[in-house]
Write a protein that binds this ligand. Structure first.
Ligand code: WTA
Length: 666
């Protein structure tokens, strides 16, 4: 999409809200002036700035060089070369040798209210060492990939940290994905071991996982072992010589409960996380140990103003990057207490979040706009019952949070005074990039405000020239930061092609942005073919590939349709093969197909059968036109003269109105 096509969001003349005074005295950064000074220093002397921040970690051997990079010819980035460290050591060992040994590391709240597990650092360490020892016995070696397909249960954290302890690379796959998506990821990562569960709880229901994995594994020759956690007591078929129950693995008394950790190179892979881009195939985003962990600890400390005594709760699933950085690594690196929740916001009642905040006296809370919008609809009475006075910082992530949602969050959850940090970042960036510092940055509802210290954001127009103030453009980043991805797994050229070829010398985010007169960032959503459904990132190309694989489909095109609660929903235009007739049962069948190929979260809201798609004379589908149609915005359809059959647009619009019950705006 062209940046000019993005509409301006709310006005930027908004009066800014000053950070709460009484809380700022203890904050890491206390004023805008302090932030500005730090930002300036970090830009002028990045090597020293980041070297200092890397001291948040414990290193077995110091680095020889802080940074080596190239953003133009042969894009690469290397942080802390020569340094040696270990992630699980930093999250566990260094805490248990001191006063944090019996501090609570993890508070796990199950979907059923009475299912709670509370683990100290010592307890988590013990499990991680023993499971790491088991993985080693099963033949997992440094650099091997382990796919973790688990619901939000403590074994997920144990598995991740156990991998890092022996230098294996974890590849978490969100438990909402189904067979097709799981299979692509296991295959691409060439995983040696897979960790899964029999099933999962979600909103009081039980859903299978192991059977989905079994089907996915039918065509994954690299996998030698499957370790299965019993979470749901579901009937489960175990394949001999391949499948093992977690509890049997852990019952082995010869496992080493003090397994020494591997001394890893700073630039070794810590994990791979697949994410959707503008092609049909998800990309395995690689993150390094030294750089990523430095950035996780650094942003956790500054953005949440993290305190030793804090209880931090990030509601994101660990299958996505937000859970990696702000449920697991950020809090544990700093020796904090992290809350992990298995369920969702509306079960059994839409007060679950606030009930949990009160129950554990949560101090810093981090969630997504889609969750907030869902809860706003349920009515304020669900909030008002609870004492939320423990909260100090409220965070938002995943999509633009409009001013209305922002204001409700601040007023209803934050009592009208808590700082709301709207944090912009991506799987690729590893950690938060643009965000207020809660006690330093004046806030404007709906704006992610300013880049964090040392983050060099720029706005470029289509032609690569800088956008002026108020003008929408591509958000790009001019120089590396430690949390930055280090490459695409298994595909050396993809890194350059995806992130550095559009504007050489800059990292391309794929997002649109506009800066106001104070340099505040107003994010405008994706400019590529990525859509954001309830804060989950999907590639439309991946869904089209799934549709096109169905025998009844000749051709398809998928776009995001704006939605009040979910941000966007999936709208598919499907052209059937000649023999097929459009029927309701076929529509239902296609929906089911997508759920199976990608996952329930990718269920299309609408499937419109079409006689033809708008194409250029050279046969290219004009997605721009389809996007306008589903937004009902016919005024902005733009130049249709290049269409091979302009008549198709009216036909599409008519059917869109019938399907959605909406009408065109003009
Ligand atoms: C979007 C999630 C506006 C954006 C951490 C980005 C946001 C994509 C914000 C990354 C925000 C994330 N305001 N948009 N505060 N945060 N996004 O990789 O489009 O799952 O490119 O990482 O989410 O999604 P991902």
């Amino acid at each position: 999409m062209s940046v000019e096509g993005k509409k301006k969001q709310s006005g930027n003349k908004e009066k800014s809200l000053q950070p709460p005074r009484e809380k700022s005295a203890r904050a890491y950064l206390k004023s805008l002036g302090e932030y500005e000074a730090m930002h300036k220093r970090a830009l002028e002397d990045p090597e020293n700035y980041w070297a200092e921040r890397a001291k948040l970690l414990t290193w077995f051997k110091p680095w020889e060089r802080v940074l080596d990079y190239d953003f133009i010819d042969n894009p690469k980035v290397e942080w802390f070369k020569g340094g040696k460290l270990n992630a699980s050591y930093n999250c566990l060992d260094r805490h248990i040798t001191g006063k944090r040994r019996n501090k609570v590391a993890l508070i796990w709240q199950g979907d059923p209210e009475d299912d709670v597990r509370i683990w100290t650092y010592q307890m988590l360490y013990d499990r991680v060492c023993r499971f790491a020892s088991a993985l080693k016995k099963l033949g997992v070696r440094k650099g091997d990939r382990v796919v973790i397909y688990l619901p939000m249960i403590p074994e997920l954290v144990v598995s991740m940290l156990a991998c890092t302890r022996i230098g294996a690379v974890h590849v978490c796959v969100f438990a909402g994905f189904s067979t097709g998506s799981v299979q692509t990821r296991v295959q691409d990562a060439e995983a040696k071991v897979v960790i899964t569960a029999d099933g999962m709880f979600r909103a009081g229901r039980v859903m299978p996982l192991k059977s989905i994995m079994d089907e996915a594994l039918k065509d994954c020759s690299s996998v030698r072992r499957v370790i299965v956690v019993n979470r749901a007591n579901m009937p489960t078929t175990m394949r001999e010589r391949r499948d093992l129950w977690w509890r049997d693995v852990m019952a082995d008394r010869s496992l080493d409960a003090n397994l020494p950790c591997a001394h890893m190179d700073a630039e070794d892979n810590l994990f791979i996380l697949y994410t959707s881009g503008s092609t049909g195939k998800p990309k395995g985003v690689r993150h390094s140990i030294g750089g990523y962990l430095t950035y996780a600890a650094h942003t956790m400390q500054l953005v949440f103003d993290h305190r030793e005594e804090d209880v931090h709760w990030c509601t994101a699933d660990i299958g996505w990057v937000t859970g990696h950085t702000y449920t697991v690594y950020g809090p544990l690196l700093l020796g904090g207490t992290t809350v992990m929740f298995e369920g969702g916001p509306r079960w059994p009642d839409p007060d679950r979040f606030w009930q949990i905040v009160e129950k554990y006296r949560v101090n810093t809370f981090y969630t997504a706009p889609t969750a907030i919008r869902t809860l706003i609809r349920e009515g304020d009475e669900w909030v008002e019952k609870y004492d939320l006075s423990s909260l100090r910082v409220l965070g938002s992530v995943g999509e633009p949070i409009g001013p209305d949602t922002w204001n409700w969050y601040r007023n209803k959850i934050g009592g009208g005074k808590l700082p709301v940090v709207d944090t912009w970042w991506q799987t690729e960036t590893g950690g938060i990039m643009i965000s207020p510092l809660p006690f330093a940055t004046p806030l404007k509802p709906g704006s992610a405000t300013l880049p964090l210290p040392g983050i060099d954001t720029t706005v470029l127009k289509e032609d690569g020239t800088p956008a002026s103030q108020g003008e929408a453009g591509h958000l790009v980043i001019k120089r590396p930061w430690p949390g930055m991805m280090t490459g695409v797994f298994g595909d050396a050229s993809k890194f350059k092609e995806t992130y550095f070829s559009r504007f050489p010398g800059y990292f391309l985010s794929g997002d649109g942005v506009r800066l106001d007169e104070d340099g505040y960032h107003w994010l405008l959503g994706r400019l590529d073919d990525v859509i954001n459904v309830s804060g989950h990132r999907f590639s439309t190309a991946e869904m089209e590939a799934a549709f096109n694989a169905h025998p009844a489909v000749a051709e398809s095109s998928v776009v995001g349709m704006p939605h009040d609660v979910k941000g966007e929903v999936i709208y598919a235009f499907v052209h059937l093969t000649l023999e097929e007739k459009p029927t309701e049962s076929l529509r239902a069948d296609l929906r089911k197909w997508l759920r199976k190929e990608i996952g329930p979260i990718a269920t299309p809201e609408y499937i419109q059968f079409v006689n033809g798609l708008p194409k250029t004379r050279s046969g290219k589908i004009m997605r721009r036109v389809l996007r306008k149609i589903v937004s009902g915005n016919v005024d902005e359809l733009g130049d249709l003269t290049t269409l091979s059959d302009p008549g198709v647009v009216d036909e599409l619009l008519g059917e869109w109105e019938r399907l959605t019950g909406k009408s065109v705006l003009s």
